[in-house]
Write a protein that binds this ligand. Structure first.
Ligand SMILES: *Cc1c(COP(=O)(O)O)cnc(C)c1O
Length: 445
């Protein structure tokens, strides 16, 4: 039995029990008996209701959400526009399968995606359930359209957990270990990582292109797949010029440029897509996370001449573009636009950057502060070096959690703290979160 809770969620962080509280601990015991140990919970407080940037747990703690469920609830929790659209659609119909009998909202989402994604060329789309599924389909389309097989991916990349996307993902633990064999014809090259490699964008691109040409051969390459700002890999923002140089190389060599905007898309970085900051126009864009306000929806949008090369029936899936998720996406996109959340992401960037840069002056463990919009991170090092300090990251996350703040770690070496607040977070909430974070950093070693 799940109880129905009607009381409103407050707007302030408030810790009223030990964390996790007794009810969360009891639920966690229940969980252990029936949920696979292969799934972890970073912060095991059980949530019963959420609003804006606050989630409330079953013990009545009001937790400030600086993670948005990993960049998903970008428009905030319980947004009235999304609630209304989803409720109306649930009452109308919940599923027909787009491949059997279609419905308007699927088409309307694809119209929005054609208009919003970079470039004025003709575009078509296909909708799916998860980011991984979108990436898999982008690879399928690029291989079919080019008649080539090789896929280029980068160090520190994260593209998902299905068989093909595990192969595309860089990090072994926890994503790949003992889950092989992995899909073939995937080649990993060097990423631009300015804090660690000190290279300009042009130099880093030259290095990557040389690796591709020497080890794979341009004419074998179907697609180059890249996160314009790497997510799980550590919020790595490539040096300026890196993405445009790669994009130019793909165009010259008949290679499909796939931008994986699953984490960075939908206003998160202070623009609709992260590639917009350098005016890069991808051939295909993969999207999910922030697209549908918390409902599961993913999309592949690309040049019509590539997307439409696929034979009839070659793309699809039972639930892809589910009507409830499609309704949520339309409401989410309208909310992002109506509330001008692109601009809000830039304001959030200014506030967070000011806070973190000030803090960096005071402590010896913050090596780098980076990111765009409301996708900002800092990299933790052993004082006086660039050696990763994962222990500090762990301690910071734990301190934040104990004080009612959701903060997430990431990075190949587990030494990066990333901030992904909902864009509707208020200044007061954000400053409160940054204060907790500052105390967390000061107590870490
Ligand atoms: C989360 C993520 C994925 C995978 O999405 P799922 O919905 O978890 O399958 C792929 N690429 C990037 C960049 C991501 O951040």
């Amino acid at each position: 039995m799940v109880s129905s809770i009607e009381s409103a969620v407050g707007t302030e962080r408030k810790v009223v029990t030990e964390i996790p509280g007794p009810k969360s601990r009891a639920l966690h015991e229940r969980r252990k008996a029936v949920v696979s140990a292969g799934l972890t919970n970073g912060f095991p407080v059980y949530i019963e209701r959420a609003d804006g940037a606050i989630v409330r747990d079953v013990d009545g703690n009001q937790i400030l959400d600086l993670g948005s469920g990993i960049a998903v609830t970008t428009v905030g929790h319980a947004v009235p526009e999304v609630i209304d659209a989803v409720s109306a659609q649930v009452a109308a119909f919940t599923h027909t399968c787009f491949m059997v009998t279609p419905y308007e909202s699927y088409v309307a989402v694809c119209e929005e995606l054609a208009a919003l994604t970079p470039g004025t060329h003709e575009k078509t789309s296909a909708l799916f359930n998860s980011g991984s599924e979108a990436v898999e389909n982008a690879v399928k389309i690029a291989r079919l359209a080019t008649g080539r097989q090789a896929i280029i991916v980068f160090d520190h990349a994260y593209h998902g957990r299905t068989n093909l996307t595990m192969a595309l993902t860089a990090k072994n633990m926890p994503y790949k270990d003992h889950f092989g064999p992995f899909a073939p014809e995937i080649y990993r090259v060097s990423m631009s990582y300015p804090f660690l490699d000190g290279l300009s964008g042009a130099e880093a691109a030259e290095r990557a292109i040389k690796e591709i040409e020497v080890q794979v051969g341009a004419s074998n390459v179907a697609a180059l797949l890249i996160e314009p700002i790497q997510g799980e890999g550590g919020f790595i923002v490539p040096a300026e010029g890196f993405l445009p140089a790669l994009s130019e190389w793909t165009t010259k060599n008949g290679v499909v440029f796939i931008a994986d905007e699953i984490q960075s898309g939908f206003c998160r970085t202070g623009d609709w897509f992260a590639v917009n900051h350098e005016n890069v126009i991808p051939d295909i864009v993969t999207m999910a996370k922030g697209l549908a306000g918390g409902m599961p929806l993913a999309a592949v949008t690309g040049r019509a001449e590539l997307m439409n090369k696929v034979h009839e029936g070659g793309l699809g899936g039972t639930y892809g573009g589910n009507p409830v998720a499609a309704a949520a996406a339309l409401a989410t996109i309208n909310t992002l636009r109506d509330r001008n959340l692109v601009a809000r992401a830039r304001e959030i960037e200014a506030i967070i950057m000011k806070g973190l840069r000030t803090l960096q002056q005071d402590v010896a463990i913050i090596g780098d502060v980076r990111g765009r919009g409301a996708m900002i991170a800092f990299e933790l090092v052993e004082p006086g070096t660039k050696n990763p300090n994962a222990a500090a990251a762990k301690s910071i996350v734990s301190y934040c959690n104990q004080n009612g703040v959701i903060a997430l770690a990431c990075g190949t070496y587990g030494n990066v703290i990333r901030l992904l607040p909902p864009l509707v977070i208020t200044d007061d909430q954000l400053l409160d979160g940054l204060n907790v974070l500052a105390s967390a950093v000061r107590q870490a070693r």
